[in-house]
Design a protein. Structure first.
Length: 438
């Protein structure tokens, strides 16, 4: 009997950090992974969706063999390229409209309010007027953010009109980098009346949400919405910046059930199919209320190791199964650890980084501390402010993944890793990176 050929899976933005976790999924031997466009051309500078589509077509058309799946785990433009290319090449993806309904923060809020109550008061800010003002009914403190941005880029917490005006000026200056190409995607869709004339270069204001941040991961398969994981997102003290994502969540069971319910109703309204999603929430322990922050139309590659450590397989497994029309339910043995975390080692002032460990030294640290993986972000001598894809308040210098028996165990491993890395910084400038809470 002839051996079945591996499925050719094209991964848009396949990076070296995620290749090992892709190769750790169940039945990885039945997949052959191909890089489709690099991270630099996808996220650096002003993006051109038509140019990226042409480059991707050139790679796919030159491929000698079947094209069985086209997948991705990054935000725009990857998230939109997946359904666009999927339609052209006849592979299974969710619709472009469902992706844009998640990624366009204003459109997403309009969809959410049709089926849930767990969202903040929000409205649009007119960037074209000489004297922009907060939307009617939206009070300070609030967050200003573009309809679309990478990570928390150009997102600002403001508490008064002076801070509001400063944030508006910064958003005006930078919104076109992603907003202009997003406009070209919106032109491909038949928009509802409430979205006519809104476009991709719109600024959203939302009242500040408080509490514990939580992430919900799930997927939609054959019309059925399934939540398979809830993670706690813990910030640095007095800061909106993540310290770590921790899995599984330690929240009470009734809160977990409510997160499942709200997520399922929301994603049914969005209309996704054969795709993964990740939704971020706030949970207020004083009131037991939850509030939806944003929807990501893809699973979080940041969590891949965490699911592998605890559940025995990276969450990439769901993405791959859905893309090939298979049931994404995970069966088999659990992972080796009870709890896992992705830690963000950050620096809160600008400066140059020195004594960056060699790959050999990092491998030695990982071997010395079981259940650890380390990715250093900047290069030797690089000024932190030149590192791409940073939020508005801090600089990421390393991502540290830990698995352990309990929270104390993973905290000890993180502290050991930071000490072993031995990174140093000079020319530190506090700048304007603040410590506002979201």
């Amino acid at each position: 009997m002839p051996q079945e050929q591996p499925k050719n899976v094209f991964v848009i933005g396949l990076d070296d950090a995620n290749l090992p976790t892709l190769e750790a999924v169940p039945d990885a031997g039945s997949y052959r992974f191909h890089r489709l466009l690099g991270i630099d051309e996808l996220q650096e500078g002003e993006v051109s969706v038509p140019v990226l589509m042409d480059r991707a077509r050139a790679v796919l058309d030159a491929h000698d063999g079947s094209i069985d799946a086209i997948v991705g785990y990054w935000d725009f433009p990857v998230s939109t390229l997946v359904p666009m290319l999927g339609e052209e090449y006849g592979v299974r993806t969710t619709s472009l409209e469902s992706v844009v309904k998640c990624e366009h923060k204003y459109w997403s809020r309009l969809e959410q309010q049709k089926v849930i109550d767990e969202y903040p008061r929000f409205g649009r800010v007119d960037l074209d007027t000489d004297d922009p003002k907060p939307p009617e009914g939206v009070d300070f403190p609030m967050w200003l953010k573009p309809a679309l941005a990478y990570s928390s880029e150009l997102a600002y917490g403001v508490s008064d009109m002076a801070e509001f005006r400063t944030a508006v000026d910064r958003i005006r200056e930078g919104i076109g980098r992603v907003g202009k190409p997003f406009d070209s995607v919106l032109e491909l869709l038949e928009l509802p009346p409430e979205m006519e004339g809104v476009g991709g270069q719109v600024c959203l204001a939302e009242e500040t949400m408080t509490g514990i941040q939580v992430a919900v991961e799930g997927y939609v398969h054959e019309g059925e919405v399934t939540v398979y994981g809830v993670l706690d997102s813990i910030n640095y003290p007095a800061s909106p910046c993540f310290l770590r994502h921790q899995y599984p969540s330690a929240l009470p069971a009734p809160v977990i059930r409510k997160l499942h319910d709200v997520s399922e109703r929301t994603m049914r309204q969005i209309g996704m199919e054969s795709a993964t999603f990740s939704i971020e929430y706030f949970y207020d322990p004083k009131t037991a209320d939850i509030a939806l922050l944003e929807i990501n139309p893809r699973h979080s590659q940041s969590h891949a190791e965490l699911f592998d450590y605890v559940d025995g397989a990276p969450n990439h497994h769901r993405m791959l199964s859905l893309a090939l029309g298979n049931d994404p339910t995970l069966t088999g043995a659990r992972g080796p650890y009870a709890v896992a975390a992705k830690w963000y080692y950050r620096w809160f002032g600008d400066g140059k980084v020195h004594e960056v460990p060699t790959p050999e030294r990092i491998a030695a640290i990982e071997a010395e501390i079981p259940g650890v993986r380390i990715d250093v972000v900047p290069e030797e001598g690089q000024k932190l402010s030149t590192v791409s894809q940073q939020d508005s308040y801090s600089y990421e210098v390393a991502h540290i993944f830990t698995g352990g028996d309990d929270e104390d165990d993973i905290r000890r491993k993180f502290d050991r890793c930071v000490a072993a890395l031995g990174l140093t910084f000079d020319e530190t400038e506090p700048g304007e990176r603040g410590t506002k809470t979201r």
